[in-house]
Design a binder for this molecule. Structure first.
Ligand code: UDP
Length: 249
């Protein structure tokens, strides 16, 4: 059982971490050391009674569209299934990183593979969350041609999450690419409409629409900074919060 919760604004959280979090900067594959500090942060969050589901990406191994674009012999849908399987490989690595940090977990996959993961079953996922287990959601939606951002938004809806946390390596959403324009400004709060109108990089458009229609805030933040996951969940104003009205909470 989880410890009784502090008064936190978010009780049930969907965290999306992309494949690039699983490897060192500029590399591919999996570096377990990269996952260890994230696992420790997650342990601290779960200790406070937060229910946490994590959708993992697979871009450190394979992205369906990119692979199909360069491999003429592959059918695009096959490439996307390969991308989904990459997220299962990441899910297994994340599961062991979390369990080494003492965090109880369950791995659920949208593509059935009983030998390595439970199938995604909404009610079962909810039960795990209530019991204080971190639920790792792998294989995206189980269908090709979308990304794990969309999977994160859909699962957030299904599991009634209070918020989608998009863990990135940057501090939030900027008006322009801060690497190209040092005068780019970081938004602390912005509306879904403004993100879409300005074509800002938050999550893909389908994911944004799901969150917008169902009033689920997205917080984009640098989760690599130790303690940031807990800070966001505690309601501290770090990163960028995307919401319906775009005003501070
Ligand atoms: N994918 C898919 N359906 C889904 C989720 C993912 O086909 O519901 C495939 C897609 O090809 C994608 C790949 O899996 O490129 C890896 O996911 P993603 O690119 O979202 O990973 P990330 O960019 O977050 O590392």
């Amino acid at each position: 059982m989880s410890t009784p919760s502090l008064r936190l604004p978010y009780k049930r959280v969907l965290l999306k971490i992309s494949g690039e979090s699983f490897c060192r900067e500029g590399e591919s594959g999996i570096a377990m050391a990269e996952l260890a500090s994230v696992a420790e942060q997650i342990r601290d969050v779960v200790k406070n009674g937060v229910q946490l589901a994590i959708v993992c990406g697979g871009g450190n191994i394979l992205r369906g569209k990119q692979f199909a674009d360069i491999s003429q012999q592959i059918v695009p849908s096959t490439a996307h299934y390969m991308g989904m399987l990459a997220t299962v490989i990441n899910g297994l690595a994340l599961q062991d990183a979390l369990e080494s940090a003492g965090v109880p977990t369950r791995l659920q996959s949208a593509i059935r593979m009983e030998g390595v993961a439970e199938p995604f079953i909404r009610r079962r996922a909810l039960r795990h969350l209530e019991k204080g287990r971190v639920v790792i959601l792998a294989a995206g939606t189980g269908s090709p041609f979308v990304t794990t951002d969309t999977a994160a938004a859909l699962r957030a809806r299904e599991l009634d999450a209070d918020v989608v946390l998009k863990g990135t390596k940057v501090d939030g959403v900027y008006s322009e690419d801060p690497m190209k324009n040092p005068h780019a400004i970081r938004y602390t709060d912005i509306s879904f409409r403004d993100v879409l109108a300005q074509n800002l990089q938050v999550m893909d458009a389908q994911a944004m629409h799901h969150c917008m229609e169902h009033n689920i805030d997205i917080v984009v933040f640098n989760y690599k900074k130790i303690g940031n996951i807990a800070r966001v969940i505690a309601g501290e104003r770090i990163g960028t919060r995307v919401s319906t009205d775009g005003r501070p909470a």
